[in-house]
Design a protein around this ligand. Structure first.
Ligand code: COA
Length: 333
């Protein structure tokens, strides 16, 4: 008899700020156009949390509260909260702790994971291991980023890319063998000089100089990151498919990180998965970093059926990247 515990996603919810930053609006701020942005990235608009006094924990706690309401759960039933983010409210206390405060959870262990655009997959695998251990039965993994807080809205290379959002999943032990089957996570520091936020950490604390040099904003060498992202996401997806003897026909959905429509299309092409099976919402939200994958799960939840094969793939700063293979655990209500 197989005594293994399979973690599965049993619910998903999201929270999006109401304010929309359209390509047209960006074209009035920097030297760009809707045509350029849409054709080079696929993005048409993104959501922005405008209130300067509100941080990532605000969005994440709303996503988690929506999830608890949907599942009819009390905050104190949550045993673990893992927040994937690169835009914590502050260096410490951690954002997951602030989420606990906002939602009134007093019995959870809570911590953050910082793995950029692959953050949700890293956090999901960690959350799954709490379930697999047999000691925990209700784990929330939330991906949330207020990317507008580290975006330079005078730099046309980067300000077009990002949006703010939060989305959360509930993990529980599966009653059968449907659930998260496997995850492959990778890291290669070749990316450390290609995509980063230079200052504000212990190696380069904030100073007048770092502020004047705009070192508290996101930076990337977009062209080079693009190539690594395509290769990384496609290779790890193929590896996962081969490992589990899955052909492109066996895959019901590919849920890729949403950084650039051209990266998504190239990944689909290289894995031979037709675009009808690929979740794409980048046109509405841009790159929301750790939130992109759970945001897709949330938007497509009603299309998924129990037992369907779903492949998640993400690539981010570091570089860190990975893929998760899961069999969806429930039908829509
Ligand atoms: N509007 C108009 N022109 C722009 C522009 C904008 N918003 N941004 C850049 N350009 C210009 C550049 O200045 C450049 O002009 P030049 O040829 O006169 O020098 C030209 O467009 C091409 O720029 P380039 O950076 O080569 O564009 P690109 O096709 O590589 O697209 C990105 C840029 C950022 C959209 C793309 O490289 C990308 O998506 N990279 C990876 C993103 C990613 O995955 N990041 C994170 C993973 S987590």
């Amino acid at each position: 008899m197989n005594n293994q515990i399979y973690p599965c996603i049993t619910g998903v919810a999201a929270w999006l700020p109401p304010d929309r930053l359209t390509n047209e609006l960006l074209a009035s701020m920097v030297d760009t156009s809707h045509e350029w942005i849409a054709s080079r990235t696929g993005i048409e608009e993104r959501r922005i949390l405008k209130d300067k006094d509100l941080g990532t924990s605000y969005m994440a706690s709303h996503a988690v509260m929506n999830l608890l309401e949907k599942k009819g759960m009390e905050a104190d039933e949550v045993e673990v909260i893992i927040c994937a983010t690169i835009t914590p409210d502050m260096m410490f206390p951690n954002t997951a702790n602030l989420i606990c405060d906002r939602i009134g959870a007093r019995k959870a262990l809570a911590f953050d994971m910082l793995s950029a655009c692959a953050g949700f997959l890293y956090a999901l695998e960690t959350g799954c291991n709490y379930i697999r251990s047999g000691r925990y039965k209700k784990v929330i993994v939330v991906g949330a980023d207020k990317m507008s807080s580290i975006t330079d809205y005078e730099d046309r290379n980067s300000c077009i890319l990002f949006g703010d959002a939060a989305a959360a999943v509930l993990l529980e032990p599966s009653p059968d063998e449907d659930g998260i089957i496997d995850t492959i996570l990778r890291c290669d520091p070749v990316g450390k000089d290609l995509i980063y936020l230079k200052a504000g950490g212990s190696a380069r604390p904030a100073s007048l100089e770092t502020v004047q040099n705009k070192e508290h904003f996101f930076y990337q060498d977009g062209k080079r990151v693009f190539k690594y992202a395509v290769q990384g996401m496609a290779a790890v997806s193929q590896e996962m498919m081969q490992k589990h003897h899955l052909t492109n026909e066996d895959i019901d959905y590919l849920i890729p990180h949403q950084a650039n429509l051209r990266i998504i299309e190239a990944t689909a092409q290289m894995t031979n998965i037709p675009l009808e099976k690929v979740t794409i919402n980048i046109q509405k939200y841009g790159n929301t970093t750790a939130a992109t994958i759970p945001l897709c799960i949330w938007e497509w939840e009603n299309d998924f059926r129990k037992g369907q094969n779903i492949l998640l793939a993400a690539f981010g700063a570091g570089f860190v990247w990975g893929a998760t293979y899961l069999r969806w655990a429930y039908n829509p209500d």
